[in-house]
Design a protein around this ligand. Structure first.
Ligand code: ATP
Ligand code: LTN
Length: 335
């Protein structure tokens, strides 16, 4: 894991707060597998971030395993990339403290995710929810990652990580790589099926608003049939006036490789019913093999644990070296 080779380094993370949605898959996870040959990749299950909202301990443990199995089933290959659990690499929390002391209250107050989540969980506006972006910055900066593939909802956090890195480099001396973003051209924000102006989210109360990666074919068809569209009855892209249909067209485009013009031709003269069925089939065709692989991996406890242990060991090695450098620069006594 030395950064001496030419390959650029990628880091990304996902919270084990529930089964991943189609939004998580299209906006993030799907691309992670595709980047493995070109980049040196580290993929992390952000269990420490998940703790910023209340979790049932046994559930969190179970979901962390499931998240790992789902990432592996989605094509992350431990022979090519590191996959690990955030809390298994203590250097993230150690660096996060130092970054907290180099991040301003005002910067954190501007984060829209903090505003949204504190409105949603008004009985638990904890300090971790507020300083969440400093921990995310630490996740990225501790590996000197060049690129961070995330959906557009994370761009504000990434910008903060860039600012913190730059500030630290100027206050002390060049230490961190200032990371760039990597958002997919299509599907960087998959919308809710019920309120297509809102992002699809695994913590939405309405289960009809999202498709989960583990939904069975009947459920996928049912959710698609209920998806909110409009009364025009013409399949054409117009995100302003037809956000529902445009969202379904984006999903269909990702899975079939057809562009919007081709999709409009394919469904010209046909109703929304036919279109929704075709979208459902494209989703089922993509998810079915992943679901089968998921079941197999989840049953293989030894493999799963071994993979996560190895990932954490290798990640810790790289992370601890950078942490040592940072400790020295900020003036911590070392022997
Ligand atoms: P929660 O609802 O618990 O906040 P989430 O569904 O937003 O979770 P995260 O774990 O916060 O998921 O995000 C994991 C990755 O998936 C991030 O890179 C994020 O940008 C991406 N992502 C999440 N939702 C979408 C979406 N609707 N469209 C595209 N990408 C998404
Ligand atoms: N905040 C991210 C999850 C996450 C992450 C990261 C993503 C935690 N640490 C580091 C990229 C890089 C989210 O998706 N909600």
């Amino acid at each position: 894991m030395e950064n001496t080779e030419k390959k650029k380094r990628i880091l990304s993370g996902i919270q084990p707060t529930g089964t991943f949605t189609l939004g998580n898959y299209i906006g993030a996870v799907r691309n992670w597998g595709q980047l493995q040959d070109e980049y040196e990749c580290l993929y992390m299950i952000a269990d420490m971030h998940a703790l910023t909202v209340r979790q049932v301990p046994a559930e969190l443990r179970k979901r962390t395993r499931e998240a790992a199995a789902l990432l592996l089933a989605s094509g992350i290959d431990p022979a090519k990339s590191l996959i690990f659990v955030q809390s298994h690499v203590p250097a993230h929390a150690q660096l996060a403290w130092i970054l907290n002391c180099n991040t301003q209250f005002g910067e954190l107050s501007r984060m829209t995710q903090f505003k949204d989540k504190s409105a949603k969980h008004s009985d638990n506006i904890n300090a971790g929810l507020f300083t969440y972006p400093s921990l995310m910055a630490a996740d990225i900066l501790i590996y000197n990652a060049d690129l961070v593939p995330v959906g557009v909802d994370q761009t504000q956090h990434l910008e903060l990580a860039r600012n913190v890195a730059d500030r630290f480099n100027r206050s002390y001396s060049p230490t961190f790589t200032v990371p760039g973003g990597y958002t997919p051209k299509l599907g960087a924000k998959v919308m809710s099926l019920q309120e297509p102006t809102k992002k699809m989210s695994k913590s939405d109360e309405n289960a009809n608003s999202y498709i989960l990666m583990l939904d069975d074919p009947d459920t996928i068809v049912r959710k698609l049939k209920r998806a909110v569209t409009d009364s025009e009855g013409i399949v054409c892209a117009d995100s302003e006036n037809k956000p529902g249909i445009t969202n379904l067209m984006s999903i269909y485009s990702v899975f079939t490789g057809n562009d919007f013009a081709a999709i409009e031709r394919e469904f010209s003269g046909k109703g929304y019913g036919d279109f929704k069925m075709a979208v459902a089939e494209s989703i089922i065709d993509t998810l079915s093999p992943i679901q089968n692989e998921y079941k197999r991996i989840l049953d293989d406890k030894t493999y799963l644990e071994q993979t996560l242990k190895e990932g954490a060991q290798k990640a810790s090695y790289t992370a601890s070296k950078l942490l040592e450098k940072v400790y020295k620069k900020v003036g911590f006594l070392q022997f």
